[in-house]
Design a protein around this ligand. Structure first.
Ligand code: TYD
Length: 230
């Protein structure tokens, strides 16, 4: 910059995330094992010596946990637009309070669900206009986009069975989404698969209807390939 003649305007380009960190998201239908795999991946990457933040949506911040309670409460009825704006408010806070600072500090951030869940659930599932949803998602994410997204894919019936068994085991009832019909969840699954098809360089689909260790190994391979490319 010093070598530029006086009066010359210099443009400085920042990478989109404005960060040296790495952002990985895990996505998928109910019961696809995202939470388990996010924890396993976080532990594995920590062993490599890099700081890792494992987080989730909805939630991940104080405001987010309060929003999450309304968002998932089966006793609360929400219009599609309200549902969308709630989850985006959660994301806007999560990005600014947690994700961006961690990425700026060079951390590996793993989020159990992120913007693709909104496209799949509120877009494909509920039928909200995908173009407007995309624009609103950009407002919420403030250009913090995943470097890698793993979609854990399985038949919705298998996933819902897992979630219901888990709910029974812990004595809690189904949340607002778990209580939806299989037809809704099939649209959500199709949504994730459509996102993966449209963005093959970012999104990797992994068959989640297998033992945990097999899924873990495939996730690890996808992460290592992405790290090697950088
Ligand atoms: P959660 O308890 O985190 O469960 P899961 O293990 O399925 O992630 O529930 C989050 C629910 O919120 C889940 O049913 C999907 C839904 N959701 C949306 O509808 N839109 C979104 O943008 C996000 C992040 C989640």
């Amino acid at each position: 910059l010093c070598a530029l003649p006086a009066g010359t305007r210099a443009l400085v380009f920042w990478p989109i995330n404005m960060a040296s960190g790495l952002f990985i998201t895990l996505e998928g239908v109910e019961g696809s094992g995202k939470t388990t795999q996010a924890a396993i991946l976080g532990d594995a990457l920590r062993k490599n010596g890099r700081p890792v933040t494992v987080t989730h949506e909805p939630g991940g911040t104080r405001a987010g946990e309060t929003i999450r309670a309304i968002f998932l409460d089966p006793a609360v009825s929400l219009d599609v637009a309200s549902e969308l704006l709630l989850v985006l408010a959660d994301r806007a806070q999560h990005v600014r309070e947690k994700l961006r600072p961690a990425l700026a500090a060079g951390e590996i951030v793993i989020s159990d669900r992120y913007s693709d869940s909104t496209t799949a659930y509120q877009g494909y599932g509920r039928g909200f206009d995908l173009k407007l949803l995309g624009e609103l998602n950009r407002l919420a994410t403030d250009n913090v986009t995943p470097d890698l997204t793993i979609v854990l894919d399985l038949q919705v019936e298998t996933g819902l069975e897992r979630t219901r068994a888990r709910a029974k085991g812990t004595g809690r009832g189904s949340d607002r989404f778990e209580g939806e019909r299989a037809e809704f969840h099939r649209k959500v699954r199709d949504g994730f698969l459509a996102i993966a098809k449209a963005e093959p360089s970012r999104v990797v689909v992994i068959d989640a209807d297998r033992p945990v260790a097999a899924v873990t190994a495939d996730i690890r391979r996808a992460v290592d390939e992405m790290l090697a490319r950088r």
